[in-house]
Structures are given as structure tokens and as C-alpha cells.
Design a protein around this ligand. Structure first.
Ligand code: ADE
Length: 245
């Protein structure tokens, strides 16, 4: 059974977009995941198929109508029992623990809005999880949806070549990844750290751990604070629950 994706958008041609290439693209062709887009315009009202209107109370921009959005959600989730996510800068910040949760389920339904947003009532009436991909404003939820999908799809069984690279990277244990080096051993007068050429696996592991911790402390004091407080926990989850050891 495929990991099933439904996307509600005014711009269905933006999907699969970059996810039609490379590993995700091959997985889509192989049926590891499947994609169905739902054009919000198809549920628009009147001769112009209007999907939005001016905000009550005044203000700039337009707001997506609850009746239109609700009809799209009804269509998208009719034969699909998956979590429903609305991409919005007002949402809780997406983290790797969310990605693992979605990837381990049957799929996901994504509502992409224009950034002025969707009428609040439909977000109350439906079991919608509101998520942001970062503290900046995109022109619409579509690129945020592609980010979320990319992060999930690479975790699906059989998508990544080796199981190892999916576990050792940044965030899998609450730390940033250590720096990487390849050939040549010296380039433009810069040598690879000698320990990496030593062949001593324990020393290499210890060096990498230190590099990860230093990078996290300097670049991401927020991550470092939770790691230092709960070094045996991963993104708020007990080490035993994720299976990412
Ligand atoms: N839509 C516009 N900006 C967004 C963001 N930062 N995250 C998710 N959806 C968005």
C-alpha cells in the first residue's frame, strides 16, 4: 500500500514539482508513495469560481472562504483516513519528530493556502493540524508542503539507498551533524583532520561527537539547551520510542 498524499491547492501544477525527481521521483514511479491533487478552484463559487473574499473587520488581502475549503477537504479525505495539515506561518514549527510521525502513518492530506489565510471556522470545524516550516513568510503553502513531503518521503521504507544515512544525520539524536570530508586528502593547502585518516573507529566516533556538540552549542543554542537538559531524549521523545538508534 502506497503512502498516500492528498494536496489541496490553487496551483496543482506545482506538484509533484521537485518531488518528481531523484529519489522521491523514483519512489513515486514505483508506487512507494502516491499523489492526488485537489484544485481548490474546482470548489469555487459563481461564474468566476471565487475561492476567497474580503476579511470581515477590514484589512489587507483576501481570506479563503470556509465553505470552499470545507468542500475541498471533504473531497480529499473522502476515501483517505490520514492526518490533515494546514501549512501556515501561524502554525507550530515543524520538527523531525512530526516528520517521523507522518512518515510512519498511512499518508497525509495537505491544505495549501494563500498567506493571508483561511477562515478560522473551517480550521475549528475540521481536525486540522496547523504547521509552519519556519519563521518567514512564503507566498503560499505549496512550497511549505513540498518541504514537509520531501522530509517524510525520504524516510519511507525503500526510498533511501542505505538505512544508515537516514539515522546518523542532523536532528536524529538532537544534534547537528559533524562536518564531512572526502578526497583529496589535501585541497588548496587544507588538510583533512588527521583523526579521520587514522583508521581508529573509536577515536573517529569521539571526534565526530565532539564536533556535533560544538556545532550545536554555537549555531543552535536552542537545540543545545534541550540536548544538554535531556541528552538521552530525542526531540522530546524517549530514546526507546523512535527506533532511530
Ligand atoms: N505559508 C506561508 N508561509 C509559510 C510558512 N513559513 N510555513 C508554512 N506555510 C506557509
Amino acid at each position: 500500500m502506497s503512502w498516500q498524499v492528498a494536496v489541496m491547492t490553487l496551483f496543482p501544477d506545482m506538484f509533484p514539482g521537485p518531488l518528481g525527481q531523484s529519489l522521491a521521483g523514483r519512489a513515486l514511479q514505483e508506487g512507494v508513495w502516491s499523489l492526488r491533487t485537489h484544485d481548490l478552484r474546482a470548489h469555487g463559487l459563481g461564474r468566476h469560481r471565487a475561492v476567497d473574499d474580503t476579511p470581515f473587520g477590514g484589512g489587507a488581502g483576501m481570506v479563503m472562504r470556509p465553505d470552499v475549503v470545507d468542500a475541498a477537504i471533504a473531497e480529499a479525505t473522502a476515501e483517505l483516513d490520514v492526518p490533515l495539515v494546514y501549512l501556515t506561518p501561524r502554525g507550530r514549527r515543524l520538527v523531525q519528530a512530526d516528520v517521523r510521525r507522518f512518515a510512519s502513518g498511512p499518508g497525509i492530506a495537505l491544505l495549501c493556502g494563500r498567506y493571508e489565510g483561511v477562515d478560522e471556522r473551517v480550521l475549528q470545524a475540521r481536525p486540522v493540524e496547523q504547521l509552519s516550516v519556519g519563521d518567514y513568510v512564503l507566498s503560499g503553502g505549496e512550497t511549505a508542503a513540498l518541504v514537509l513531503l520531501d522530509a517524510c518521503i525520504r524516510l519511507l521504507p525503500g526510498v533511501m539507498g542505505s538505512g544508515q544515512s537516514a539515522v546518523e544525520e542532523s536532528f536524529s539524536d538532537g544534534l547537528l551533524e559533524y562536518p564531512l570530508y572526502t578526497k583529496p586528502a589535501e585541497w588548496q593547502g587544507r588538510a583533512v583532520p588527521p583523526v579521520l585518516l587514522s583508521g581508529h573507529h573509536a577515536s573517529i566516533a569521539a571526534w565526530r561527537r565532539l564536533q556535533s556538540e560544538d556545532a550545536t552549542r554555537v549555531r543552535r543554542p536552542d537545540l543545545w539547551a534541550s540536548y544538554a537538559a535531556f541528552p538521552s531524549h530525542r526531540n522530546g521523545l524517549p530514546a526507546s520510542s523512535g527506533g532511530h538508534n
